[in-house]
Write a protein that binds this ligand. Structure first.
Ligand SMILES: C[S@@+](CC[C@H](N)C(=O)[O-])C[C@H]1O[C@@H](n2cnc3c(N)ncnc32)[C@H](O)[C@@H]1O
Length: 287
């Protein structure tokens, strides 16, 4: 077998982060503070089957990706450097985009709950639910909410099949989720968001700026993001339109991120139109 070629992330950036930018002692202390297997089992929905795209790939240079407690332990420490110019400002852009006063909020692919806690703080009366496929990310999310005394519910589940009834939520959010899923899964998640939203409900998706990512393939190659180039070639606007959402609008957030908002129409006679999911004039060199 040919020797494994390290990505630039593993060869250069990961050591840089480990040695200079991340407080490793604090991470080790957090790691040792609990039995991660036991805690993961506590939050785990044992009937859940992990989709292939999720369990077959490494993400960000971590073997088994989010199904490895290492991901949950290091996620916040690393992510702060990948949401320029400032993680809180970028997440705040999603909150600024909310037009309603939601009473029940569902944050899909909530990870360690960084946006979920901001949603609960902004809407203290609302019932806020964070859903994620990784029980370990949920363990870290639970710790974050407990430290802030926030009553968020954490659900171990798949955003393609949310265990909530039709029309039971009035705001669905997803932050940094779609660049990590194949395009067909992102589209399935949007259909599920449409189903659980009540008529008039809002969906808000914050993620990498697709147009900008098309021009920076060299950068996306670095970070072991198996699906990001297909994400970049597509259009969340188009996917939302095809799902049946109306009033769709995408705005650029700090150049490299984008926020897309859509509304579930009050009357659901809107016939979803089939829109191609891949942009043909990509303006970037093949990866
Ligand atoms: C890059 S992280 C983003 C986490 C968080 N939303 C944030 O803004 O920091 C992507 C998250 O999506 C989760 N995920 C991926 N596919 C999912 C799916 N089908 N259903 C639920 N969560 C999923 C992963 O477990 C991971 O926690």
């Amino acid at each position: 077998m040919a020797p494994r070629k390290d990505t630039l992330f593993e060869a250069v950036l990961a050591p840089l982060f480990q040695h200079f930018l991340i407080d490793q002692d604090a991470l080790m202390a957090y790691y040792r503070s609990k039995d991660w297997d036991e805690e993961g089992d506590r939050l785990q929905n044992s009937t859940l089957a992990y989709p292939d795209y999720y369990q077959s790939q490494n993400f960000h240079g971590i073997e088994r990706g989010y199904l490895n407690p290492q991901s949950a332990i290091t996620y916040d420490a690393v992510t702060q450097y990948f949401l320029p110019p400032n993680e809180v400002w970028v997440r705040q852009a999603l909150l600024n985009g909310i037009r309603s006063q939601p009473r029940r909020i569902l944050d899909l692919g909530c990870g360690t709950g960084s946006t979920t806690v901001m949603l609960q703080q902004a809407f203290p009366e609302a019932e806020v639910i964070g859903l994620d496929l990784s029980p370990y990310m949920l363990v870290a999310a639970e710790d974050k909410a407990a430290a802030l005394h926030l009553p968020i519910q954490w659900l171990h589940g798949n955003a393609e099949a949310v265990p909530l009834p039709n029309g039971s939520v009035d705001l669905v959010t997803a932050v940094l989720l779609f660049h990590e899923t194949p395009v067909a899964i992102a589209q399935a998640i949007l259909r599920e968001a449409f189903r659980v939203l009540q008529p008039g409900g809002e969906v808000l998706i914050l993620d990498g700026n697709q147009a900008a990512l098309r021009k920076t393939v060299w950068l996306t190659n670095i970070f072991e993001e198996p699906y990001i180039q297909d994400y970049a070639a597509g259009s969340i606007d188009a996917w939302m339109g095809a799902t049946g959402f109306g009033d769709i609008m995408t705005e650029t957030v700090w150049l490299v991120h984008q926020l897309t908002r859509g509304l579930k129409p009050l009357t659901s006679h809107v016939k979803p139109v089939a829109i191609p999911t891949v942009v043909t004039d990509m303006g970037w060199a093949p990866g």
